[in-house]
Every structure is written in structure tokens, then in C-alpha cells.
Design a protein around this ligand. Structure first.
Ligand code: ZN
Length: 143
């Protein structure tokens, strides 16, 4: 299984941003590089949730264009997207599965339903999802 790596400060940015946007779902894009073992997320983009809803999201198209442009300028590849689940678990909803058109993308879902945030990465293809090996690492802790 491919390993998806992400530095701890990027994780903190996602959690903080998502908490600031409660009770709405927060969302964005992920960019990085392919590595020998999988992929590494190097940059997180925070996009407006056009729906401003508590149980679904739509990425703002203009924000998406700007993010893709920024990725190209920085030599990064689009790796997928992330969104928060304010009051449900960290796994794809029926709608998340229905709207997951890119089988190459990693779909990160952050649950804020409990005191402690839970973040998982998913591969979604043909109506099925599988969990990816997401590893949040720091300078002191690399595995
Ligand atoms: Zn969702």
C-alpha cells in the first residue's frame, strides 16, 4: 500500500482551519510530490466551501484555479483534496463516494465529532473506498 506522508505543521493547519469554520464543513486541496514509497503532501490549500453547509461541501471553482496555478508555479502535483466532518466519523459519506471522480486522488477526511480530531486518507474507486497509509511525521518522529 502506498504511503502518504505529511508534516505535522500541515496537519495542525488543517485542524485549526477546520475548527475555525465550525459548524460548517471546511475543505481544500493537497499538493506535493510522488516519492518512491508513495506520495508526500507538501502544501495544503484552504478553499471556500461554496455550500456553507454543515454536511457537505463544494470547492470554489475560482479558488481551485488559483490553487492549481500556484502548484504549477511551485513544481508541485495535485494529490487530492481534504474536507472536514464536523459531526460524523472520518470516513467517506455516501455523497463523498458519489462525487469522488478521481481514482488517483487521495481524499483526506478530518472528523471533529469528538474532542480529539481524527484524520484519515482514502482511495475511492468504483463506489468503494479503502484507507490509505497516512503518516503524520515531525522532525523528531519519522516512521
Ligand atoms: Zn464528507
Amino acid at each position: 500500500m502506498a504511503i502518504i506522508r505529511m508534516r505535522d505543521h500541515l496537519y495542525d493547519e488543517i485542524v485549526n482551519y477546520a475548527k475555525e469554520h465550525l459548524p460548517e464543513e471546511a475543505c481544500g486541496l493537497l499538493a506535493g510530490v510522488e516519492t518512491g514509497e508513495g506520495r508526500e503532501i507538501r502544501k495544503v490549500y484552504f478553499l471556500e466551501n461554496k455550500d456553507h453547509a454543515e454536511d457537505h461541501f463544494t470547492l470554489d471553482p475560482r479558488d481551485q484555479i488559483n490553487a492549481i496555478r500556484d502548484m504549477r508555479a511551485n513544481g508541485l502535483k495535485p494529490l487530492g483534496n481534504w474536507h472536514s466532518h464536523p459531526s460524523s466519523p472520518s470516513r467517506p459519506s455516501v455523497e463523498d463516494i458519489r462525487l469522488a471522480f478521481d481514482s488517483k486522488a487521495s481524499y483526506l477526511i478530518l472528523s471533529l465529532m469528538a474532542d480529539y480530531p481524527v484524520l484519515n486518507s482514502f482511495h475511492i474507486e468504483g463506489g468503494e473506498w479503502t484507507k490509505e497509509d497516512l503518516r503524520i511525521y515531525s522532525e523528531e518522529y519519522y516512521f
